[in-house]
Design a binder for this molecule. Structure first.
Ligand code: PLP
Ligand code: COI
Length: 389
């Protein structure tokens, strides 16, 4: 087993931590103890300063791995110690980017349950992504079982309620060797987790964004509507440049007319005008965010009108409030948007009222502080049997 050599590796702001001893918990690092089921310590807290968590990688103890050959059913997956995987240099994912990922969170609620938020939606989006990239879909039941096992096995890394979440990262890669540009002969489905704090520094504080006139995220007919791994590397340089200039992230406009807002880096966009919410319609180039869909439903449930439509940059910059949203970003209030020479400041940079209301509504459901009117929470049994090797 090769466990790498550092703990907290990459943050959303791309700051690399200095080489340090791994944040890898063994029994000595679990001050609160716990019980052991099937060789796995199920309870007790990891030795983590929960209040210092950022959106960065902390190695946890266990991951899930399953494999399949193209055209065959999946072999049963197994739980392993977290660590490196061996891969052929000619793997489809390494050469041609044949891969997708998901992002989900397990929350510890105020009632001390551990819950996933709408995991069936992630499973279905994962299947749509697999189909788009010519990969074998992972059955929904297998996807949910894998996620549950990894959450349960690493339950001591789930932050206390309200102080972060366990971020769950399912990935599907073409791992078989291939030279022609064609689907890999074999595939790996892996799920790992890490405890995380806020994606944007400061949590519920406003962020400054800039509209890019130079770069686009996705074009019609491409892969922008699924979580293809290849969608993300081209955003790194624009995002890094924006950060150098004091912005938290880039807003991308549509690649055809270059008029309408599509996404904020890896998050969806909303604005509010006269108490009416607007969000870019799903045209195929925008990722159908599960948080986006949840906000639409929650806002309507609370009596707001919500319109999915083309949202021009001009309209957004005349609106009263704006925010972006996603599993990692939750709801991040937008304090200002800069486009060319123009800068729109929302609410003097303060968190606007409808943005705050929706943040409280969404996080209230996710942490069982509020009712779950749509049945979105999926409880994880921490003592479920683990397929451990
Ligand atoms: N847009 C992009 C490009 C993303 O990567 C994500 C993150 O998953 C989102 C939007 C938000 O989606 P979700 O709310 O499902 O996390
Ligand atoms: C998520 O919100 O889960 C995402 O996938 C965003 C990410 C690229 C950090």
């Amino acid at each position: 087993m090769n466990l790498g050599n550092r703990g907290s590796i990459l943050g959303s702001d791309e700051v690399e931590a200095s080489i340090e001893s791994p944040r890898l918990m063994d029994s000595r690092s679990w001050p609160l103890g716990g019980c052991v089921i099937g060789g796995v310590r199920m309870e007790g807290a990891a030795d983590i300063d929960w209040d210092s968590l950022t959106f960065s990688l902390t190695q946890t103890d266990y991951m899930y791995v399953a494999e399949c050959e193209l055209g065959q059913p999946w072999h049963p997956g197994e739980m392993r110690r977290y660590g490196n995987l061996e891969i052929d240099p000619a793997a489809g994912v390494l050469n041609y980017g044949q891969g997708i990922f998901e992002g989900m969170k397990a929350h510890r609620t105020v009632q001390n349950n551990v819950v996933l938020f709408r995991p069936d939606e992630n499973a279905r989006r994962f299947q749509r992504g697999a189909a788009r990239l010519g990969m074998p879909p992972v059955p929904e039941s297998m996807f949910i079982d894998a996620v549950e096992q990894v959450v349960a096995a690493n339950s001591h890394f789930i932050p206390p309620s309200g102080r972060g979440a366990l971020y769950v990262r399912p990935v599907l890669w073409g791992t078989g060797p291939i030279m022609g540009v064609a689907p890999s002969p074999s595939y790996t489905f892996c799920v790992f987790v890490t405890p995380v704090g806020p994606y944007f520094k400061g949590g519920l504080t406003s962020i400054e964004l800039v509209i890019s006139d130079e770069f686009h995220r996705a074009a019609p007919g491409g892969s922008g509507g699924v979580k293809a791994i290849g969608n993300y590397a081209p955003g790194m340089m624009p995002s890094k440049n924006a950060k150098k200039n004091g912005y938290a992230e880039v807003i991308y406009l549509d690649a055809v007319e270059h008029l309408n807002i599509e996404e904020v880096g890896a998050a969806n966009f909303f604005c509010v005008k006269d108490k009416h919410l607007y969000t870019p319609e799903l045209t195929g180039t925008i990722l159908p965010g599960i948080t986006r869909d949840s906000i639409i439903q929650l806002a309507r449930h609370r009596g707001y009108e919500v319109t999915e439509t083309k949202v021009s940059a001009e309209f957004a910059m005349q609106s009263d409030e704006a925010f972006c949203c996603g599993t990692a970003a939750v709801i991040s209030p937008i304090g200002s948007i800069t486009h060319e020479e123009e800068k729109k400041v929302y609410m003097d940079g303060n968190v606007a009222p409808i943005t705050r209301e929706l943040y409280n509504a969404l996080t209230g459901v996710q942490t069982e502080l509020a009712q779950d009117p749509f049945g979105w929470l999926h409880k994880v049994q921490l003592n479920l049997p683990l397929n451990m090797v």
